[in-house]
Design a binder for this molecule. Structure first.
Ligand code: C2E
Ligand code: CA
Ligand code: CA
Length: 313
């Protein structure tokens, strides 16, 4: 436990709510810096706060007007490089700022609760798009803890599945270690209920969080996604090699599938294959793109492009 203090001394500041907000911002900055520290309010904190509030407002409007889109990135079988899954990744083109990375706006959506509407809209779109694909292609959708912890989460997912006609086993939900870390009874029940219907679960960014191996035993997971940080230096770093080898062995022992994330080069692909990673994802196989672009690839299909064909024949 640590002590954090935010201080706001601005000469002549009279408006109470603003004084409090500034003290809050300083406190927030102090907490971000770690334990046992004091931060004084400065104007940059307020600019940053105003900027995030503005972005949150724009995001809310974009969600209401259904302006977000979804791109899909292929996940391929290591051996034949055939597409077995596509991951849905949300995209937002801001009317004046242009494209904004989800790494920037998803955290804002989580702070403001907008992630529930955003996540549901991605889920609906992804299931509808996937229903038109080859029946053995799975669609992976990222879900945030705020979504899972809602009492209506299971019903929402089941309703989307029903309305889009997607077979439940073709939907994989990607969750993060932080969801398991919260160890919430309701979350466990929600995962169990969806799994009983056939929906599968992948643990995203595996190896970066605080998840202990005990979670792999306690939670019914179908897949772990080996984080890009280990893939990046898999060809030159002993530690990364050891970690990947250990994850693959562990997953195999537990009957859980593995996907390596962020594969960019032939060397990484070769190394991961040698380690026995079964499926992979990364720019080396394909960047996220619109669902229509998969169709174009499928249309110009020859023997070499067979791997790209994901539409039903
Ligand atoms: P993530 O779930 O780990 O998704 C993988 C990210 O890595 C994507 O970034 C993808 O474009 C990127 N990537 C894939 N292969 C490569 C590669 O070879 N090299 C490099 N440098 N990057 C690669 P993106 O689309 O910017 O998404 C960032 C994060 O935002 C996602 O990370 C996910 O945590 C979050 N996110 C995206 N869409 C959603 C969503 O619909 N719901 C929620 N809750 N989060 C989302
Ligand atoms: Ca993911
Ligand atoms: Ca990931």
């Amino acid at each position: 436990l640590g002590l954090c203090i935010g201080v706001n001394f601005i000469e002549g500041e009279r408006e109470f709510s603003r004084v409090m907000r500034r003290a809050d911002l300083a406190l927030y900055a102090a907490k971000n810096d770690g334990h046992n520290c004091v931060r004084r309010f400065d104007a940059a904190m307020e600019r940053q706060y105003d900027d995030r509030m503005q972005l949150a407002q724009d995001l809310r409007a974009a969600i209401e007007r259904d302006e977000l889109s979804v791109h899909y990135q292929p996940i391929v079988e290591a051996a034949g490089r055939r597409i077995v899954c596509i991951e849905a990744l949300v995209r937002w083109r801001h009317p004046t700022r242009g494209p904004i990375s989800p790494a920037a706006f998803v955290p804002i959506a989580e702070e403001t609760g907008l992630i529930v509407a955003l996540g549901n809209s991605v889920l609906r779109r992804a299931c509808a798009d996937a229903a038109a694909l080859r029946p053995d292609v799975v669609v992976a959708v990222n879900v945030s803890s705020l979504q899972i912890e809602r009492p209506d989460f299971v019903e929402t997912v089941m309703e989307v599945i029903k309305n889009t006609g997607l077979a439940p086993h073709r939907l994989q939900l990607e969750i993060t270690e932080s969801i398991l870390l919260r160890n919430n009874e309701a979350t466990n029940r929600a995962l169990d209920r969806l799994r009983a219907k056939g929906v599968t679960f992948a643990l995203d960014d595996f190896g970066t969080g605080f998840a202990s191996l005990a979670y792999l035993k306690a939670f019914p997971l179908d897949k772990v996604k080996i984080d890009k940080t280990f893939v990046d230096d898999i060809c030159r770093n002993q530690q990364s090699m050891a970690i990947v080898a250990a994850i693959v062995a562990l997953a195999r022992g537990l009957g859980i599938a593995t996907t390596a994330e962020g594969v960019e080069t032939q060397d990484q692909y070769d190394a991961l294959r040698a380690f026995g990673v079964a499926t992979m994802q990364g720019y080396f196989f394909g960047k996220p793109k619109r669902i229509e672009d998969f169709a174009l690839e499928a249309a110009s299909c020859d023997a070499a492009a067979e791997k790209a064909r994901i539409y039903a024949a």
